[in-house]
Design a protein around this ligand. Structure first.
Ligand SMILES: [Zn+2]
Length: 430
């Protein structure tokens, strides 16, 4: 068992009227301890020489909580005058605890709510060093010091504090077995600096301080707004792509060229791409297959109608993969490179016609993988999320200020916590 010297000294004489009612005991002693890291509940029972058989009493649903005792959490043991263990309270969270207690037959246990009291306290400190240290030194409450420092942060510049300034406040604090339990809740703060008074109103929901009785609360609305965006838009006039991967031009478009097979001048109404037999041929643009078949000189040929008067032609194919009338997408394989028709070797002859007239395909083909595009400004109405603020009153702001003023007027004594009570503070931070 883990016994801190500090805790040994903090054994209290308490009259138990609430949780410890099973064995109402005058003159009993309560000892405050911390749960040993990784200690299990059954190990604790063994330490206390309590038979493990009592573990069978617990509901299956509740059994899981026995493993949820947090290392280092504060728990209490109650002894009779002869140092015999009467009861133990071990928290499993901030609201529930394991209650182990002695019966006539031996020991028993269950899971019960944590019993705590909540009271309002008045505090006033004089600035000597800084607010945090002065609260710790004068009030003996570290959590309160942290909470006050945090609450003031957005409402009062701590650099304005001068030695001799006064900070008065009302707060509530839970106590369990007489020890500080959980975080204090600040209600209202008054700073008196060189005869000037500043009130800080505390929002009870998040403990944030404000200089006024209302706060600006953000909310979002959706509004239609004219939005101008810059967008990449494909260029209409050059939107065809290459028909082969790794395309290599072996003969360009020409209105007049020497034909190596026919051995005379002829126009070349297309571009020849050298490629191995069987290389896939891709449609240079979206369209409808307008012709599939054999053409004199061109051999196995496919034509695709792209609309707007454009038609492409793919000649000398070894085999064709599409049917007439089929819709094809840009880049879709329509056939394979071959050597059919009048040809000296496997290649693709690509023709492009605008309103039935041959044009140079390369003037319409982007060599980039994707279609060329330009930046264009587009203006339209869009739904836009906007953050607006509305004034929301801080709950009980005026009432809490009046209560603080009343305490100041009545010269209410400042509550100073016992130093050893600090040791009980749970792991929760400000
Ligand atoms: Zn050709």
């Amino acid at each position: 068992m883990f016994f801190s010297n500090d805790f040994k000294s903090s054994i209290l004489r308490v009259v138990f009227v609430s949780t410890f009612t099973t064995l109402f005991a005058f003159g009993a002693q309560v000892s405050q301890k911390r749960w040993q890291p990784n200690q299990s509940f059954s190990e604790y029972l063994v330490d206390q020489k309590i038979p493990l058989g009592i573990l069978d009493m617990i509901d299956k649903d509740d059994a899981q909580f026995l493993s949820e005792i947090q290392s280092d959490s504060v728990f209490y043991e109650l002894y009779d005058e002869k140092k015999g263990l009467l009861q133990v309270l071990i928290p499993i969270n901030t609201e529930m605890q394991i209650h182990l207690y002695k019966t006539k037959e031996g020991f028993s246990f269950d899971i019960i709510p944590i019993d705590y009291q909540e009271k309002e306290y008045f505090a006033a400190v004089t600035i000597e060093e800084n607010l945090y240290n002065d609260i710790v030194r004068q009030i003996h409450h570290k959590k309160l010091a942290a909470r006050v420092a945090r609450s003031i942060k957005n409402a009062y510049d701590s650099k304005r504090f001068k030695v001799g300034d006064e900070v008065a406040l009302l707060y509530t604090q839970k106590t369990r077995m007489g020890f500080i339990y959980g975080m204090p809740e600040i209600k209202s703060i008054r700073i008196k600096s060189q005869k000037k008074e500043h009130f800080i109103y505390i929002d009870q929901e998040d403990q944030q301080g404000y200089t006024d009785t209302y706060k600006n609360e953000p909310y979002t609305v959706t509004v239609k707004e004219k939005v101008t965006r810059t967008k990449l838009v494909p260029v209409a006039s050059r939107n065809f792509t290459l028909p082969l991967r790794n395309a290599r031009i072996t003969s360009p478009f020409s209105l007049r060229r020497w034909h190596p097979v026919l051995k005379r001048y002829r126009p070349h109404h297309g571009v020849d791409f050298g490629a191995k037999r069987g290389t896939p041929i891709m449609a240079i643009g979206n369209g409808t297959v307008s012709f599939v078949g054999s053409m004199r000189g061109y051999g196995k040929t496919v034509k695709i109608n792209h609309g707007n008067g454009y038609e492409s032609l793919y000649a000398h194919q070894s085999s064709i993969r599409v049917r007439q009338g089929a819709r094809v997408r840009q880049g879709e394989v329509i056939g394979y490179v071959g050597n059919t028709g009048t040809s000296t070797g496997p290649h693709l002859h690509l023709g492009l016609y605008r309103n039935k007239r041959p044009i140079n395909p390369m003037s319409m083909i982007s060599r980039n993988a994707s279609a060329p595009s330009v930046l264009k400004k587009i203006t339209r109405y869009e739904d836009v999320q906007k953050t607006l603020y509305k004034k929301v009153p801080i709950k009980n702001a005026t009432k809490n200020k009046e209560k603080l003023l009343e305490a100041l007027e009545q010269n209410r004594p400042v509550y100073i916590w016992e130093d050893f009570l600090q040791k009980d503070q749970s792991k929760e931070e400000a």
